[in-house]
Design a protein around this ligand. Structure first.
Ligand code: NAP
Length: 311
């Protein structure tokens, strides 16, 4: 099968398309033919190994000393079940699925074996039937991040919720999910994304690049930082003071992303009910993985970026 490996930590050019032996599922595994994979911030992080110095040793210990030890990288997939092991109960051949590969990585390839039970090595669920494989990777990645961290806020109807970084993969879904839960949503983005973020349902918009946005802040029941701790602004710092309860400033980096098929099922229901629409900024052919990494690394994608692995 074709697969993308990271030869050694470094720039996008260190990614290489190689021939790899096809995986064979164990009794408790399914074999997925991958149709699309996301190119996420986590993939960039793993490829480049650009981590703060104090995290470098734990990172290399966990992922690999000179290169990712799993060879094939990629954490988010969507595809079709091609074979099942004898102990598989939840899936059958032909099911269209989506999910995360977690710590086992390996989504940038034609095939991936996965267990049907959630663990740090991933989660898998039936994909929403009304969207493409590429959009499904956006729903899996952005949806799992947004749902996990918005659940911390226990949002009630009419509460004021601010989504900081509303134009990213998780931010676009967080705006829609908070609206679905009945919140009054203030979304933060830059000027070029204002109309786009309004179209997701945001009630109010603040521009993180404009100094006068700080004076427009209200007092919120929940603030979700959906771009993570490495991206900040004066407005974000001010948001930390504009909440009723300090514990309700939630960063998407506060804890590890949980691989949850229950959440994937919930996301599927809301996508199929047209309450949430995953956003795909760009799709690159598999062969253009280097360009896809270059684009995502710039940090300005609008929603998600996917690679098409098979058609
Ligand atoms: N907890 C975990 O295990 C886990 C796992 C995966 C990811 N994460 C975190 O999740 C973060 C978000 O990932 P994502 O893919 O959803 O987002 P993203 O797509 O990387 O966010 C991109 C968006 O961020 C906006 N942006 C850039 N700098 C900004 C700033 N200083 N203030 C406000 N917005 C800014 C950009 O808009 P402009 O073009 O207008 O700048 C762009 O639309 C990652 O960076 C990572 O920190 C956590």
């Amino acid at each position: 099968m074709k697969a993308i490996i990271c030869k050694k930590y470094g720039p996008p050019e260190n990614l290489e398309i190689v021939e790899y032996k096809n995986p064979i599922p164990n009794d408790d595994e399914v074999l997925i033919k991958i149709y699309a994979a996301s190119v996420t911030d986590s993939d960039i992080f793993i490829r480049s190994s650009k981590v703060p110095f104090k995290l470098l040793i734990p990172f290399r210990f966990m992922i690999g000393i000179l290169k990712p030890r799993n060879g094939i990288i990629g954490e988010v997939f969507s595809g079709v079940i091609e074979k099942i092991g004898t102990r598989i109960k939840r899936f059958k051949v032909g099911d269209q699925v989506y999910g995360l590969t977690g710590m086992s990585l390996g989504a940038y390839a034609d095939y991936k074996c996965m267990k049907e039970i959630d663990s740090k090595k991933g989660c898998i669920a039936i994909k929403p039937g009304n969207i493409t494989f590429e959009d499904a990777t956006s729903a899996a990645y952005g949806g799992l991040l947004a749902f996990q961290f918005l659940e911390k806020g226990n949002i009630q109807p009419k509460q004021k919720v601010l989504i900081y970084g509303a134009s990213g993969t998780s931010g676009t879904i967080a705006v829609q999910y908070a609206k679905y839960l009945g919140a009054e949503v203030t979304a933060v983005c830059s000027e070029k994304n204002i109309q786009f973020v309004k179209s997701l349902g945001a009630d109010k918009i603040l521009d993180y690049t404009k100094a006068d946005s700080i004076s427009k802040l209200e007092v919120y029941d929940l603030v979700l930082d959906s771009v993570g701790k490495r991206k900040t602004s004066q407005l974000k710092e001010a948001c930390k003071l504009s909440i009723k309860d300090k514990s309700k400033f939630v960063s998407i980096d506060n804890e590890a992303l949980v691989c949850s098929s229950d959440r994937l099922n919930k996301i599927k229901q809301l996508v199929e009910a047209n309450k949430i629409s995953p956003i795909t900024d760009r799709c690159y052919p598999f062969e253009q993985i280097i360009n896809a990494h270059r684009y995502v690394e710039q940090g300005h994608k609008k929603g998600n970026v996917a690679i098409t692995v098979n058609t």
